[in-house]
Ligand binder design. Structure first.
Ligand SMILES: Cc1ncc(COP(=O)(O)O)c(C=O)c1O
Length: 360
C-alpha cells in the first residue's frame, strides 16, 4: 500500500516530563511543573455538581471566561484570545506572523514549543546565548536583522528559572525594532514575588507590539483541561480569531478556568505553599552542594557541578525510588542539571528523604 507523501520536518519532537516508571505503580511526578495543590475547590465543585450538555459544542469565543479574565486582571476582553493551553496560542501566533525565511529569536534554553511551532511554519529559528543560564538582552539584540519577526521570552524562564527584571525587559522592548513582536510568556508569573519583577501583562497591557501568554496549567492546576490565553492588540486578536479552530477550548475547561479565577484563597495558598517548600528544598539541597536558581516559579533548576554525584546518576537513583524529575538533556541539551517541580507536602518530604538516602 502507498502512503501519500507528507512534509518532513527536521524537528526534535517535544518530550514532556515523564510520568511513568516501568514496573512501579506508585510514582511521584515532579517533572512537569504542574500544580502542587491540584485545582481550586471552586473548580472541583463546578466540575462535580453540574449536569453537562456535552453533546453540544462549547462556546467558541470563551465569552464567560474572557469576561472573568478581564475582571480579574483589569484588562480588555476584546484583546483576549483563549486556546487549548497557551501552547495553542503560541502555535496560532506563529501561523499568523511567520512565513518561510522569516526569523524568530529565542533564548538558547527557552521553552521548546516556540522553536517547534516556528519551525513548522518554515521560519528560521535563531538562538540567543544566555549568560549563566539567564536571558541576555544584548545577545538577543545581536541576533536581530531585517528578517526578524518575533522574539519569544518566558519570564520567568522555563527550564532555567531565571528572569529578566522589570527594567531589563522594558529596556529590551525599547531597544528592539518597533515592528518586531515581543512575546512575553507569563506562564509562571503568579509564583513570582520578587520586587524587581513585573509580569508581561502588567507591563505591556497597552503595547501593540507585545503579545502576552498566560496559562491555567500551572498555578490554577488545570493542565489536563488545556486552557490558556493570549493578550494582544485588537488587530492581532481579530486576525487570530480568523485562524483559530472554532471550538478550541472545551466547555469543562472554560467552566473550571472561570471558577478558579474567582478563588483568591486557593491562589494565595498555592503561592505560600510554593515559596515555603521551594525555600526549604533549596536550602536542604545546598547543604549537599546542589545549588539552584533564586526562587522564581514552581520549580528549581538544580546544578550538580559541585555535587559529588552527577545529575544523571541522581536522576536514575531517584527514579529507582519512584520519583521522576525532569532531565534537562532531553530537548534542552543542558548537561549536569535537573529541573525539579515543587510538589505537595508529602511529595516534597519524600523527595528530601530520597536525597538523604542517595547522598549518605
Ligand atoms: C514557559 C511555558 N509556556 C507555556 C507552557 C505551556 O503551557 P500550556 O499547558 O498552557 O500549554 C509551559 C508548560 O510547561 C511553559 O513552561
Amino acid at each position: 500500500m502507498i502512503t501519500p507523501k507528507f512534509k518532513k520536518f527536521n524537528i526534535e519532537a517535544y518530550k514532556p516530563g515523564k510520568s511513568k516508571i516501568k514496573k512501579l505503580k506508585k510514582i511521584i511526578k515532579l517533572s512537569a511543573n504542574e500544580s502542587a495543590l491540584g485545582m481550586s475547590p471552586k473548580a472541583t465543585k463546578i466540575l462535580s455538581n453540574k449536569k453537562f450538555n456535552l453533546e453540544r459544542y462549547p462556546d467558541g469565543k470563551s465569552q464567560n471566561l474572557r469576561a472573568e479574565i478581564s475582571k480579574k486582571f483589569d484588562c480588555n476582553r476584546d484583546k483576549i484570545i483563549c486556546g487549548a493551553g497557551s501552547d495553542e496560542v503560541i502555535q496560532m501566533i506563529c501561523q499568523l506572523f511567520l512565513k518561510p525565511k522569516d526569523e524568530v529569536v529565542v533564548p538558547q534554553y527557552s521553552f521548546l514549543m516556540y522553536r517547534i511551532y516556528a519551525n513548522i511554519v518554515g521560519a528560521k529559528v535563531v538562538f540567543a546565548k544566555e549568560v549563566n543560564f539567564k536571558i541576555s538582552s544584548n545577545e538577543i539584540l545581536k541576533k536581530i536583522n531585517k528578517n526578524t519577526k518575533i522574539v519569544f521570552i518566558a519570564n520567568p524562564n522555563n527550564p532555567t528559572g531565571t528572569y529578566l527584571t522589570k527594567n531589563e525587559i522594558l529596556d529590551l522592548r525599547k531597544k528592539l525594532n518597533k515592528n518586531i513582536l515581543l512575546v512575553v510568556d507569563d506562564a509562571y508569573a503568579e509564583y513570582m514575588k520578587n520586587k524587581d519583577y513585573k509580569s508581561g501583562l502588567d507591563l505591556f497591557k497597552n503595547k501593540d507590539n507585545v503579545f502576552v501568554l498566560r496559562t491555567f496549567s500551572k498555578i490554577f492546576g488545570l493542565a489536563s483541561l488545556r486552557v490558556g490565553w493570549g493578550y494582544g492588540s485588537k488587530k492581532i486578536i481579530t486576525a487570530l480569531n480568523v485562524i483559530k479552530p472554532p471550538f478550541n477550548v472545551g466547555h469543562l475547561g472554560q467552566l473550571a478556568a472561570t471558577e478558579s479565577l474567582k478563588d483568591k484563597k486557593f491562589i494565595e495558598r498555592s503561592i505560600k505553599h510554593n515559596l515555603y517548600y521551594a525555600k526549604k528544598i533549596k536550602s536542604y539541597l545546598e547543604q549537599h552542594n546542589i545549588f539552584s536558581n533564586a526562587i522564581s516559579a514552581n520549580f528549581l533548576f538544580l546544578d550538580f557541578e559541585k555535587c559529588k554525584y552527577t545529575a544523571k546518576y541522581f536522576y536514575e537513583r531517584l527514579k529507582k525510588k519512584g520519583i521522576i524529575v525532569r532531565s534537562t538533556e532531553d530537548g534542552y541539551h543542558i548537561k549536569n542539571k535537573l529541573r525539579l517541580t515543587i510538589g505537595s507536602k508529602s511529595e516534597n518530604l519524600a523527595f528530601m528523604n530520597a536525597v538523604k538516602k542517595i547522598l549518605s
